[in-house]
Ligand binder design. Structure first.
Ligand SMILES: [Zn+2]
Length: 103
């Protein structure tokens, strides 16, 4: 995934991120922006467009099938979370949307 410099921080999203506790769903507005990044219109590892999973350690969106393959490699290789079913910490969200500070 490519990180982009932002000229102007989106205040709403920063506030939204700051409100997150240690275990919240992935913020929808931040996910919308992440999906706009070049290459994030499909799975990082295959042509699937169903990217409801992510490798937190790699900062990439992946599909269910590839999430299973990542999981089989072990969390030391790829730490996988579901975008829709798992909870996310602020720091984990910032690995997927690296323009946001996790502090
Ligand atoms: Zn895939």
């Amino acid at each position: 995934m490519v990180c982009y410099q932002v000229e102007e921080l989106n205040r709403h999203q920063v506030i939204n991120l700051n409100r997150m506790s240690l275990a919240d769903p992935f913020p929808e507005d931040i996910l919308d922006e992440v999906r706009e990044y070049p290459g994030n219109d499909k799975c990082c590892d295959c042509p699937s467009i169903d990217t409801d999973w992510a490798s937190v350690s790699h900062g990439t969106l992946i599909c269910l099938e590839c999430a299973g393959k990542h999981r089989s490699l072990g969390v030391h290789v790829s730490f996988v979370r579901s975008i829709t079913m798992d909870t996310w910490s602020r720091q984990q969200v910032s690995t997927i949307n690296c323009q946001y500070d996790s502090n």
